[in-house]
Design a protein. Structure first.
Lengths: 623, 109
């Protein structure tokens, strides 16, 4: 069984090697089969683990990865309930997205098609390594791997300079976060001499309060980078430059939840750091609200979904900060379903519109794209938290824990929920309702996507509907919180302090608010008209000018500094030194040229003179 | 006879050789001057060898004649070397119609 577990990440890696090395030789069909097949095989193994409960509290060791002095970091996998859940999400949703990609990317050249699948498989490999690793170092390898693949796939169409810049931005932002992660790992090694989860969590008593605060905060910095939280979230909306299935897989369903996985995995550490938890909750709530307000006024279908992702990730951090780890993981799962669905749906729309992403030039697509429309509607209902769709249960669990943690954060959460419902249905109505506003040619071209694209949509839609039933609140159904029971060996379950009746009232409130927001969106956007421009809306549509702010306070000064260093250190210092050496040699040799006259006599004379000089030195001066 | 005379003679021969090499341009004369320097050294070798054995207390007339044997060998080898050198000079003359060494600065270019 241990070998079988090793196969889970290894299979996509083999797929990566085959597709990457053979991209020029293999046909698109073969690439598709290898790309999707390896992930499907990993999914099947993950299901086997899930079905046969092959969990172990102790890590499965394969070999020594680093062994220096007293520090021993084994290459080991941790297969427990938490990692298995993530395995299922990554390989399951990943497989659907691979299948979807075979159709979506079909117009690419065969060579680039192979490259795309190679990167996608490498991503799945890294992500599996991240969740399977039994210590922070293995997690970090996966963590860097997914960052790399994210970079490669955002810049997949590398001939477009803006896309390349977006890829760079994503990579740099992630690196800033990674530094925090790395420092936290160093701190752990310095204090405990180990990075294995089981050893770290059983030795927490050896850490002082300062240590725990520092480590948790640094780990959280890592999480803000990867999971797009304030202040490092600006890369995620730009990451929409990548192909849409990539956005669905990496920037919605899996990679961006790595930060949540990491903190949920380290829950024992975070349980001892109330200050960090408060910071996480506040940043999560702030991010959720900020991103939701920006999403209100975006006109690019993928940008709306990107900001919605940032906002939902904020929700998850709000849950983590409130101590509701199960709720956060629950939302990761449901979010993976409905956000992947929404992204793939938007991909289907973009595909039908031949690349058009601006919703102002869409409209009336519901008649022609029936499957896409219905699945997209389900996704919107799920993300808006309408019962009985999956988003309702996970969002409710988060809001309940926020309510118990802090009333202000709860109110922010509810406002965000209302905004979420509003902007998602604004998107839905503008895109699918009303009259078609594109060109004649586009109108003629609009068609439903092929089965390889609609099938994943349908499966994800079904999952978005039923996915929430694994976490039905106890007040509704006794023993309904199956996910919490399932995860209880790894993640502590928070007992609710509020009365059942209060819980019910909270649920009703959020539902009513969400429905009201949908109704407002319906009245406002059932027929499309130009949106009015006000200072507030300009502020939102310009994303709170955060990019400009970062540009002014960070990018520009660094570029200035670089320019100064360039003029003074590079050109006047290093260049001058290097060129000076060359010039000196040049000048010196020109002066020495007369020595090589070609006259044998002068050579002999020099020889004799120098011999005489040596004789004089040897016999008369050496005393 | 004191050793000093031998030393003075061979230094004189050697310096004559050097001056000849430095000042003359005719390749054959330079060659002869080189031979002169070589033989100055040979002379010194024989003289020192005799002195060395006499100082060590040898009493027969053949003591120290091993250097003379050496010198014969050196002369043989020098004769072989001279034949090579003269051959080069002959080739040089055939190519340039001159034995002037200052004429041989073509390698510079």
């Amino acid at each position: 069984m241990n070998n079988l577990i090793a196969l889970i990440p290894l299979l996509p890696f083999i797929g990566f090697l085959i597709n990457g090395l053979g991209r020029k030789a293999l046909s698109k069909g073969v690439v598709s089969i290898i790309g999707s097949g390896t992930v499907l095989a990993s999914f099947i193994i993950s299901v086997l683990i899930f079905v046969y409960h092959y969990y172990s509290a102790t890590p499965i060791r394969y070999f020594d990865f680093i062994h220096v002095g007293t520090l021993n970091i084994p290459f080991a996998f941790q297969v427990d309930q938490l990692s298995t859940l993530f395995l299922l999400i990554i390989t399951g949703v990943g497989f659907l997205i691979h299948v979807y990609s075979t159709s979506y990317m079909h117009e690419e050249k065969s060579e680039h098609f192979g490259r795309y699948f190679a990167f996608l498989n490498l991503f799945v490999f890294s992500m599996l390594l991240l969740v399977l690793g039994a210590n922070y170092i293995i997690m970090f390898i996966g963590w860097e791997g997914v960052g790399l693949c994210s970079y490669l796939l955002i810049g997949y169409w590398f001939k477009n300079i803006n896309y390349t810049k977006a890829a760079n931005k994503a990579f740099v932002m992630n690196r800033i976060g990674d530094l925090g992660f790395l420092l936290a790992v160093f701190w752990l090694i310095a204090r405990l001499g180990t990075v294995s989860y089981d050893e770290v969590f059983s030795n927490l008593g050896k850490l002082s309060h300062g240590d725990i605060l520092g480590i948790t905060l640094l780990l959280f910095v890592g999480a803000t980078g990867k999971s797009a939280q304030i202040p490092l979230y600006t890369w995620l909306p730009d990451a929409m430059a990548g192909p849409t299935p990539v956005s669905a897989l990496i920037h919605a369903a899996t990679m961006v939840t790595a930060g949540i996985y990491m903190i949920a995995r380290s829950n024992a550490l975070y349980a001892l750091a109330p200050v960090t938890n408060n910071i996480i909750a506040i940043i999560g709530a702030a991010t959720a609200l900020l991103a939701a307000t920006i999403a209100l006024r975006q006109n690019d279908i993928k940008k709306v979904l990107a900001y919605s992702t940032v906002s939902q990730l904020g929700y998850m951090f709000l849950a983590l900060g409130s101590g509701a780890y199960v709720a956060a993981v629950f939302h990761v799962m449901t979010h993976a379903f409905f956000k992947a669905l929404l992204f793939l749906g938007s991909g289907s729309v973009i595909h039908a519109m031949s690349g058009q992403q601006d919703i102002r030039y869409m409209g009336g697509l519901s008649k022609k794209l029936k499957v896409t429309y219905i699945t997209f509607l389900i996704g919107c209902l799920a993300i808006s938290g309408i019962p009985p769709f999956s988003g309702f249960f996970s969002k409710d669990a988060i809001l309940l824990s926020a309510y118990e943690h802090n009333k202000i954060l709860y109110i922010i959460g509810v406002i965000t929920a209302a905004l979420t419902a509003f902007y998602m249905f604004r998107l839905l109505f503008i895109t699918f309702n009303g009259k078609f506003r594109g060109t004649e040619e586009e109108a003629h071209h609009v068609h439903e996507s092929p089965a390889a694209m609609t099938l994943p949509l349908i499966i994800l839609a079904i999952l978005s509907v039923i996915g929430g039933f694994v976490g039905v609140p106890g007040v509704m159904m006794r023993g309904g919180e199956k996910l919490a029971d399932y995860l209880s060996p790894v993640v502590p379950v928070m007992e609710h302090q509020v009365a059942g009746s209060t819980e019910m009232i909270l649920m009703v409130i959020t539902t009513v608010i969400a429905i009201a927001a949908i109704a407002i969106a319906w009245m406002r956007y059932k027929t499309y008209k130009e949106e009015s421009v006000s200072p507030v809306s300009t502020f939102f549509s310009n994303k709170w000018y955060v990019d400009e702010l970062y540009d002014t306070i960070i990018v520009k000064p660094i570029q200035k500094l670089g320019a100064i260093a360039n003029t003074y250190f590079e050109r006047l210092g290093i260049d001058a030194l290097v060129n000076g050496v060359g010039k000196m040699v040049n000048y010196g040799s020109r002066q020495m040229r007369w020595l090589q006259s070609g006259q044998v006599g002068s050579y002999v004379l020099l020889m004799v003179v120098s011999m005489v000089v040596f004789f004089v030195l040897e016999f008369f001066l050496k005393r | 006879m004191p050793i000093n005379y031998y030393i003075y003679l061979s230094i004189a021969l050697f310096i004559i050789g050097i001056i000849g090499v430095l000042t003359r341009r005719n390749a054959i004369i330079i060659f002869m001057c080189i031979e002169l320097m070589l033989n100055a050294v040979n002379l010194l070798l024989v003289a020192f060898s005799k002195m060395h054995h006499l100082l060590a207390g040898a009493d027969n007339a053949f003591a120290g004649s091993d250097a003379q044997l050496f010198v014969f060998f050196i002369m043989v080898v020098a004769a072989a070397e001279v034949s090579v050198g003269l051959a080069i000079i002959v080739m040089m003359y055939r190519n340039t119609h001159s034995v002037d060494v200052n004429f041989l600065n073509r390698l510079k270019h």
